[in-house]
Design a protein around this ligand. Structure first.
Ligand code: BGC
Length: 347
């Protein structure tokens, strides 16, 4: 009898144990599912998590006086966080002349300034384009970028920073010049450092600042829409003013093609920031073909040597002279002398 009695008691304990084990599995599975979906969302679109809320909205407008006055004269509501008139995938026109672009693009103030008239932009973005000898690409870029940025309801301006002379190209110095010169007529919240041959293919790729620096040119047509390598930061990227200042801007010592973007990756990493990217299906770019530039064969050596020099090679050591500032209908062109590749660089 006692034995018989003990059977059901044992069975009861057993089934309670089984029940508890099942519950424990359930909670573990739920926990895993939550972690996995969080990771998925972060991967698919990191900027869904947060960014707009955490960066303060500023209550002023950047750009030239008429844009600023037009916006500030009326009490406008802040534009919605998700622009309502995005198209998604875009048609790319590669052979638009500057005259055609000027005839098509409407409402832009001379110098390339724009802000929406129906709402107050959440973000003030300066687009900085390093440039030399690519006149045939300006038309397509302006034609594409103005409507792209306007649909995103940004307060923006486009600056073309042209290197004077025929020395080796120094993309990073031009980006530093653009940052410093644009600041004088900002204030701008974010800086899109953007090559002229990169045309975004999807306007859901938002050009607002994020909490962390953002690499834009994730999937480009010249690389078969694949990320070139994990630490690739070239083509186009977006950084808040504070990010640029924290890393002391771009290195000044890369002459010729390559290396300066890898250096920026390291600066960001060194400053304990992380690089965010949108998903490659949205962060797509059509690249316009052009003759290759002179390669900087020493770039990897310089890169290796560069660790630890961020604090004294960058914005605070840049020397340049602005030769002219021209306000064109769709952009501001700043011609700058940025020094010579022959000069002795800090080692
Ligand atoms: C260069 C980078 C360039 C990348 C992709 C690297 O070798 O150092 O500057 O962006 O190749 O083309």
């Amino acid at each position: 009898m006692p034995l018989l009695e003990s059977v059901p008691r044992c069975a009861k304990t057993h089934s309670v144990r089984r029940y508890l084990a099942r519950m424990r599995n359930f909670w573990v599975a739920l926990g895993l599912a939550i972690i996995m979906s969080y990771c998925l969302v972060m991967k698919v679109n990191p900027s869904y998590i947060s960014t707009e809320k955490s960066l303060p909205l500023k209550n002023i407008v950047a750009g030239n006086r008429s844009v600023v006055e037009a916006q500030e004269s009326i009490a406008l509501v802040v534009c919605p966080p998700m622009p309502p008139n995005l198209k998604g995938r875009l048609k790319i026109e590669e052979n638009v002349t500057l005259e055609e672009a000027e005839a098509r693009v409407r409402g832009v103030e001379r110098g390339g300034f724009w802000a929406p008239s129906h709402c107050r932009s959440r973000w003030r973005v300066a687009v900085i384009v390093p440039y030399r000898d690519r006149f045939s690409q300006i038309g397509s870029f302006m034609n594409h970028m103005h409507s792209f940025l306007q649909r995103q309801e940004l307060n923006y301006s486009i600056y073309i920073i042209e290197q004077e002379g025929d020395d080796l190209f120094n993309r990073a110095r031009l980006l530093n010049v653009g940052f410093l010169e644009a600041q004088k007529e900002g204030p701008w919240d974010c800086f899109a450092f953007h090559d002229i041959d990169m045309l975004p293919e999807d306007d859901r790729h938002l050009y607002h600042c994020s909490q962390q620096p953002r690499h834009l040119a994730v999937a480009t047509s010249n690389h078969h829409y694949r990320l070139v390598y994990y630490k690739y930061f070239g083509g186009a990227c977006l950084m808040a003013r504070e990010h640029v200042e924290l890393v002391n801007g771009w290195s000044n010592i890369y002459w010729g093609w390559g290396g300066e973007d890898d250096d920026m990756w390291r600066r960001i990493d060194f400053s304990d920031m992380r690089i965010w990217r949108y998903h490659h299906t949205v962060a797509r770019y059509k690249t316009i073909t052009h003759p290759p530039q002179v390669l900087n064969k020493n770039r990897y050596k310089i890169l290796e040597r560069n660790t630890g020099r961020y604090t004294y090679d960058g914005l605070n050591s840049l020397k340049y002279e602005v030769r002219s500032v021209k306000r064109r209908p769709l952009y501001t062109r700043i011609l700058a002398y940025v020094g010579s590749s022959e000069e002795k660089t800090i080692s």
